[in-house]
Design a protein around this ligand. Structure first.
Ligand SMILES: [Zn+2]
Length: 131
């Protein structure tokens, strides 16, 4: 199952971030699954419930957003947000475009708990990590 390996990559990133910040528990994981990533949210959720056991995220909640598809035109260089079934330049209409967003599963943020005394938990990991 594709989702299971995606999930294992995701969890290893989450685990690494949690360990760096010395957290004991991961409470929530937010991801954006691009419409072109081939990731089925329902299957990802199912894979997550298997893959998380034994990790710091064993009781974490998984939130999945779909995120936009963005293409860059090879002719005029415009970036446009487009429907996933219509990959055309929003400006000049050509199909000579490169997908620059929407093909990845991206870790958006995680909520951590059990942080050491004196560490502030802002609840957010702002950096985006491509899986
Ligand atoms: Zn164009």
């Amino acid at each position: 199952m594709h989702e299971l390996s995606v999930c294992q990559d995701l969890l290893s990133q989450v685990q690494r971030i949690a360990l760096e910040r010395k957290a004991r528990v991961v409470e929530r994981i937010r991801v954006a699954a691009g419409p072109l990533s081939g990731v089925e949210p329902a299957l990802l959720r199912q894979a997550f419930s298997i893959a998380r056991s034994g990790t710091l995220a064993a009781s974490a909640e998984l939130e999945i957003e779909s995120g936009p598809v963005v293409v860059r035109c090879r002719d005029c260089g415009t970036d446009s947000q487009v429907p996933s079934n219509r990959l055309l330049c929003g400006d000049c209409g050509t199909w000579q475009v490169d997908v620059i967003q929407g093909e990845d599963l991206v870790l958006m943020s995680i909520d951590l708990a059990g942080l050491p005394e004196g560490t502030t938990n802002d609840g957010q990991q702002e950096n985006q990590h491509h899986v």
